[in-house]
Design a protein around this ligand. Structure first.
Ligand code: AMP
Ligand code: ZN
Length: 501
């Protein structure tokens, strides 16, 4: 068996970095809150999912067998006005709520593929786990920690807090006296005994579209419940890591902990990992505030916030340059610097991999340069082992890269690096870049780009002629066919431009 790497993880519960000890040595259960599929993911969401992808990749690379569960929220996540987000999306677009969920789930998966993230081991949907959620409501009721009010079931926060000292507030640090739920649930204020109580089952109103039968009423589960029910089902009552963006600490994660304790009598996760926010104009990127850039806008250069298009891997690299617990402000300058950094590290890797390894046997001696390189390799791993510090590991890789450039510029004699050290450098570089950071070499597409440029110029000429002749059928057909293969056209004052996703 591969030796497991020792890791440190910052645990929100203790507010400290802790040595990581999984419940079963060698195995990790990790649950991450997935997207609410009522609209396209924005770049902030992508940052969180890319951060957990890098964490997942590092855990795998550290020798652990990981069951990574990331859900799809397709019911129960209400707007501030108390309307189900899916149903609201459906009404606006005159679709079935499940059509909305399907459309944006597909879009989410496409985007995750573009960012080269690994699929989770299980991706459960809230609507596929209504029975489990009903069962959990019943368990909480049986333990006397919830009450029925006018067909809805509410979690009794003050009773839970009194019986389980120190648990409510353990994720968000909020104290009960300060608590008022952030979501104004359906007609719920007058049905609750305390403002901090939250619905775990909601009785449907006539306009609600996604509803199920239950022992209490026809209705639907509260948003927080799905994650409690699905994490328990797939990872057990207590598992290793629970993750999400730090905007979910309250009320979502706080209430999840309460529900799991309420139903099972124990804490759900030993380590809570929270990613920090991607900012735009100094403010959290958010769908509801309209303060967003979509990844597509960034990849096509179709955004008022950027001067040009950035490739998905340059954007992933931009995110990797910051530690996941730091905020990250998206700016054109920052993206441009990241693009440079990404191209440089890929180029360094190409040069490194092409260097011949002298077949002479390793004679056991180490040069000073060998020792510096080996120390840097250790630091590269240490960065990721210390709470997944991508920023430090990238800095170390760049330092390692400087040896490669010195070699090719003949500032360093090849005899200074022993063959086995060179071989090790090659492995470490490609392991970090491809396996752990999840980057892809985009140079193949760059080589193809000459051909594509030529073909596109021809196609745009034909489309231009069709438009001159007012042949809208041909012109639209060209645009739609290109769009189906991921090429977007933009009609501007300087002519037509195009971008490929
Ligand atoms: P949602 O689809 O709104 O439930 O969000 C999906 C995930 O994206 C959650 O883990 C959020 O915490 C995370 N998220 C939302 N906005 C941002 C942001 N601006 N930066 C980073 N993560 C975010
Ligand atoms: Zn969740």
């Amino acid at each position: 068996m591969t030796e497991l790497r020792a890791l440190k993880i910052y645990n929100t519960l203790s507010g400290k970095k802790e040595e990581f000890h999984p419940i079963t040595p060698g195995y990790i259960g990790m649950y991450v809150c997935g997207p609410t599929v009522y609209s396209d993911v924005h770049l902030g969401n992508c940052r969180t999912f890319c951060s957990f992808d890098t964490i997942y990749r590092h855990l795998l690379h550290s020798g652990y067998k990981v069951r990574y569960v990331r859900n799809i929220t397709d019911v129960g996540h209400l707007t501030d006005e108390g309307e189900d987000r899916m149903a609201k999306g459906a009404k606006v677009a005159q679709l079935e709520p499940m059509e909305v969920a399907q459309r944006y789930t597909v879009g989410f998966h496409d985007m995750m593929r573009i960012f080269n993230t690994l699929p989770p081991s299980i991706e459960p949907r809230a609507t596929g786990h209504i029975l489990e959620q009903i069962e959990m409501v019943q368990q909480i009721l049986d333990r006397g920690l919830a009450y029925l009010s006018n067909g809805s079931v509410y979690f009794d926060v003050p009773k839970f807090a009194t019986e389980n000292e120190g648990v409510y507030g353990s994720v968000s640090g909020r104290i009960l006296e300060d608590l008022y739920t952030e979501t104004r649930e359906l007609k719920s204020q007058e049905e609750k005994r305390h403002p901090a109580d939250f619905a775990i089952w909601m009785k449907a109103r006539p306009q609600d579209l996604m509803i199920w039968n239950s022992p209490w009423s026809i209705g639907f589960p509260g948003w927080h419940l799905e994650c409690s029910a699905m994490s328990t089902k797939y990872l057990g009552k207590t598992f290793d890591i629970h993750g999400g963006g730090n905007d979910l600490k309250f009320p979502h994660h706080e209430n999840e902990v309460a529900q799991n304790h309420g139903a099972c009598g124990c804490k759900p996760a030993n380590y809570w990992v929270h990613t920090n926010m991607l900012l735009l104009n100094g403010k959290k990127m958010s769908k509801s505030d309209g303060n967003t850039i979509s990844p597509t806008e960034l990849f096509t250069g179709n955004s008022e916030h950027t001067s040009k298009a950035y490739s998905p891997m340059a954007v992933r690299f931009f995110m990797l340059q910051a530690h996941y617990r730091s905020t990250l402000d998206i700016t054109d300058d920052g993206l441009m610097a990241a693009e440079k950094g990404f191209l440089k590290i890929m180029e360094t890797n190409r040069i490194l991999q092409s260097l011949p390894v002298d077949p002479r046997d390793f004679d056991g001696s180490e040069t000073d340069t060998d020792r510096s390189i080996l120390a840097l390799i250790q630091d590269t791993f240490a960065g990721m082992d210390d709470d997944f510090n991508t920023a430090i590991s990238i800095a170390c890789l760049n330092e390692l890269g400087s040896y490669v450039h010195k070699l090719v510029n003949q500032q360093l004699d090849a005899s200074q690096i022993s063959p086995w050290v060179l071989e090790r450098m090659k492995t470490v570089f490609s392991t970090f870049i491809f396996d752990i950071f999840g980057l892809k070499d985009e140079s193949d597409s760059v080589q193809d780009s000459g051909t594509i440029e030529g073909l596109m110029s021809l196609i745009l000429d034909i489309r231009g002629q069709a438009r001159d002749q007012k042949d809208w059928t041909t012109s639209d057909k060209i645009r739609d066919t290109l769009s189906a293969v991921g090429i977007t056209l933009k009609d501007g004052k300087d002519g037509v431009s195009w971008a490929k996703l």
